[in-house]
Each structure stands twice: as structure tokens, then as C-alpha cells.
Design a protein around this ligand. Structure first.
Ligand code: 13P
Length: 248
């Protein structure tokens, strides 16, 4: 059975004190024995949030990392730094990082490998723009992102990766993909994973949907056969996140 995961991506929200308060508010509401719950939070919030969620089922995630261990990379944070403070997961290649911070499939690939080297679970993002969907090239785009992002991994390594399919046009817009659209692309992701790593490995990889997930649509999305949970932005900062987590 594939792992079911509901991950919150807090993006660039919450100061350390606010983050600790939000984690405290959500903590008693996150119990779930069917799905893993992850809080992916800004770097400076990691330590205070780690303190709050200690001893619970909530796992700690970062939103990015650098692909080298250390060195002259001003402003960056490495995998061993994250590992040491108890981070277990890391979002890699979010469309916002690709768009605003020039991340490419090549840097995504390096970051995925570095995360795996340190035993961090990469949550590798993919997704098409509205123009790509309208041009009918959604599946091609996703296949390229998966192939390049996971280039050089063994099947054993691939099984440690979590994929998040996030159509860019659905992020923060309130325009959620229909369950059929989301399922179609997640099934295609599993298809390409099968070509690359074999169908047994592909069956074990969790694929999340992200983009305007909320308390009203989560249960329908999570029921789809190739959707194994969600990567939730805005709604993960509110008490509403409880209902999303409990959609499993
Ligand atoms: P929203 O849930 O706010 O649309 O954000 C989705 C997302 O980008 C999660 O990584």
C-alpha cells in the first residue's frame, strides 16, 4: 500500500513566533492513522515548529535546499543543516521556485539526489502552465519534468521520492483541477515512473495533487486511484487544514 500524505506548504508566511503559534493551534487536530501529515515551513520557522510538534505524528519539512553540502553559496541552506535539526522532507522544484528563482529540471535533479543522500524525502513538484494546458502539451511537459528531475536514480531511490503534481494555473487561484484532470495527470506521472523504474516501483511512489485544495474538494481528489494525498498551500495556514487532513 502506498503511503497517503497530506502536506502543508506554508510558503513565505509566518514569523518564527507566528509559526510556533500556528503549529500549536493545529497540533491537536492533526491525528490521523491513515495519512502522514507534514508541515513544510520557512527555514527560520523549522526549529520553533520542530519544538512544538515533537512527539506527534506530524513530520517536519523544508521548502527548499541547496544541492551542495557546504561552501560559498551565500544565503543557501544545505541538506546536512536540515537533517541536523530534524527535518524529514523537503519540497523541491516548486513552480514558484522555478518561476522566480530560476530553478531548472537540472537543479531539481541535483537537489533530489542530495536530499536522498541525506535521507530526506524529496517532494518533487511538477506541473503545467495554463498556456501549456491550452496547447494540449500537459502530459509531455510533465513527462519531461519527471524524466529530468529523476534522472540517474535507481528504482530503490525513486521509491523514496514523493511527486507533487501542481498545475500552475490552479495554485493560489481558487481554480482547482477537476478530479478527472488531476487523476489523468497523476496516472500519467505513474506511467512515466513505470517506464523509468518498473511498474512495481511506480506502484509504491506516492503522488500528491496540489493547487487550491480545500476542505470542500479534498475528499473527492483523495479518492482518485492515482492521487495519494495533497500538497496544500493557503488552506494549510488555517484551521481548515484539519478537515483536509481528516479527508482520509
Ligand atoms: P494553494 O493551495 O494555495 O493553491 O497552493 C498550492 C501549492 O502551491 C502548494 O505547494
Amino acid at each position: 500500500m502506498r503511503k497517503k500524505i497530506v502536506a502543508g506548504n506554508w510558503k513565505m508566511n509566518k514569523t518564527p513566533a507566528e509559526a510556533a503559534a500556528l503549529a500549536q493551534l493545529l497540533k491537536p487536530k492533526m491525528e490521523n492513522d491513515k495519512a502522514e501529515v507534514v508541515f513544510c515551513v520557512p527555514y527560520v520557522d523549522l526549529i520553533p515548529v520542530a519544538e512544538v510538534i515533537k512527539g506527534t505524528n506530524i513530520r517536519l519539512g523544508a521548502e527548499n535546499l541547496h544541492f551542495e553540502d557546504k561552501g560559498a553559496y551565500t544565503g543557501e541552506i544545505s541538506a546536512p543543516m536540515l537533517k541536523e535539526i530534524g527535518v524529514e522532507c523537503v519540497v523541491i522544484g516548486h513552480s514558484e521556485r522555478r518561476e522566480y528563482f530560476a530553478e531548472t529540471d537540472e537543479t531539481v535533479n541535483k537537489k533530489v539526489k542530495k536530499a536522498l543522500e541525506y535521507g530526506l524525502t524529496p517532494i518533487m513538484c511538477c506541473g503545467e502552465s495554463l498556456a501549456e494546458r491550452e496547447d494540449g502539451i500537459t502530459i509531455e511537459k510533465i513527462r519531461i519534468q519527471i524524466k529530468k528531475g529523476m534522472k540517474g536514480l535507481t528504482a530503490e531511490q525513486a521509491k523514496q521520492v514523493v511527486i507533487a503534481y501542481e498545475p500552475i494555473w490552479a495554485i493560489g487561484t481558487g481554480k482547482v483541477a477537476t478530479t478527472e484532470q488531476a487523476q489523468e495527470v497523476c496516472a500519467a506521472v505513474r506511467g512515466v515512473l513505470g517506464e523509468l523504474f518498473g511498474s512495481d516501483a511506480a506502484q509504491e511512489i506516492s503522488i500528491l495533487y496540489g493547487g487550491s485544495v480545500n476542505a470542500g474538494n479534498a475528499a473527492q481528489l483523495f479518492k482518485m486511484p492515482d492521487i495519494d494525498g495533497g500538497l496544500v498551500g493557503g488552506a494549510s495556514l488555517k484551521e481548515e487544514f484539519e478537515a483536509i487532513v481528516k479527508s482520509y
